[in-house]
Ligand binder design. Structure first.
Ligand code: M6R
Length: 366
């Protein structure tokens, strides 16, 4: 049932090119310049009248929500807030009738996310679910929704759920951008075309497996690890760190790269591996200077870069090359080598990759 892979996690990592296709099949029509999602079409007015979008989720789904915040604001100019469901539900949040709440949950059973949804409904908000498990509690409790169609995710560490959640949320943002006219026609079409070929690029990104394994062998005994990214890739840094801590039990933190100098830089010495997400698109020059700051403090730099990169290669101790894509879609690619890196480190440390200690696949208690 693991399809020849040693672990479900690895199988699920490798499924990403095909499940992303499953996610957009019948919804993304790049040739016609169309996005069709029933849950969105049926409630288009609600989305278009939204004064604000509030995203509630936990864990990896919350990270997908953060990526979506950057995408929605850029594409649709609708203000977005992303909240941990557990914080939202207990802090008497301001929820207005014109707010659209998007709840993201792979399992559709997470107790805190469920409670946040109920609270939002009580306050008159329209609640849209992005779930993977068909017929799950959250998919039933929400007013409408869109499934990710990633297939069963068995590994406790979420992988394909993350990339398919981002795919669904990107399609929603594009649909709204089209209706609102907040993206130029050419940019809109370019995103549709790029999203359509993303599975090919994910496949190419999976070719970093050997490199990830090689790097894993070097750093498997590190006690700490720092992940840095900017913009769309800041949430990917958080996700990379979460993946490492939950399956390998190495303490890891994700940070927006520029925040490093406000504290975490004090941690850097020759024993500290720093994983920097530094694709060509985005804030490249800024991240290059962040890398210089780490290097001058003898930190060990592992950089995820776009194929053909020359500048970061000069500075980094290790580079992982990924195919080029647009800045906004890059999380779908940059996250792949980070999943592989965590996986190999956990395996080399003899950890139970699919069922890490103390963790459950769905957190149905608060
Ligand atoms: O099923 P959900 O997406 O609601 O689960 C949320 C988190 O419990 C989940 O993402 C958790 O953080 C994973 N173990 C991360 O890999």
């Amino acid at each position: 049932e693991k399809g020849g892979y040693d672990h479900f996690m690895l199988k699920e990592i490798y499924e990403q090119p095909s499940v992303i296709k499953d996610t957009y099949r019948g919804r993304l029509h790049a040739n016609e310049g169309l996005i069709q999602m029933a849950g969105v079409e049926d409630n288009l007015e609600k989305f278009l009248n939204a004064e604000r979008i509030i995203i509630v989720a936990c864990g990896t789904s919350w990270h997908a929500g953060l990526v979506a915040e950057y995408i929605f604001e850029e594409f649709t100019r609708i203000p977005v807030e992303v909240e941990y469901a557990s914080e939202f539900r207990y802090r008497n949040p301001i929820i207005n009738r014109n707010d659209v709440v998007i709840a993201i949950s792979q399992s559709g059973e997470t107790a805190d996310t469920m409670a946040a949804i109920k609270l939002a409904k009580e306050n008159g908000a329209f609640v849209f679910g992005v779930c993977n498990v068909v017929g799950s509690s959250i998919s039933r409790e929400t007013h409408a929704g869109a499934y990710t169609h990633a297939g069963p995710e068995i590994g406790v560490a979420s992988t394909k759920a993350f990339t398919t959640q981002i795919t669904v949320l990107t399609m929603i943002a594009l649909r709204l951008a089209k209706a609102k006219g907040t993206l130029s026609t050419s940019v809109f079409h370019a995103y549709l075309n790029e999203l359509e070929i993303i599975p090919e690029k994910v496949k190419e990104a999976l070719e970093t497996n050997e490199k990830a394994k090689e790097i894993a062998a070097v750093f498997k005994d590190a006690p700490n690890c720092l992940y840095l990214g900017r913009g769309y890739n800041f949430p990917v840094a958080l996700e990379g760190a979460l993946k490492l801590k939950e399956i390998s039990y190495i303490h890891a933190e994700g940070y927006p790269a520029a925040e490093m100098k406000h504290g975490p830089i004090a941690l850097i010495d020759e024993l500290m591996p720093v994983i920097v997400i530094a694709p060509k698109q985005g804030h490249y020059d800024k991240i290059v200077s962040n890398i210089q700051e780490i290097k001058s403090r003898s930190g060990k730099i592992i950089a995820v870069v776009t194929k053909g990169d020359t500048q970061v290669r000069e500075l980094a101790d290790y580079i992982i090359e990924i195919p080029e894509t647009s800045d906004a879609l890059s999380p779908l690619i940059t996250t792949i080598p980070l999943q592989l890196l965590s996986y190999h480190i956990a395996v080399m440390r003899g950890c139970n990759v699919d069922q890490p200690r103390n963790l459950a696949k769905s957190v149905t208690v608060e």
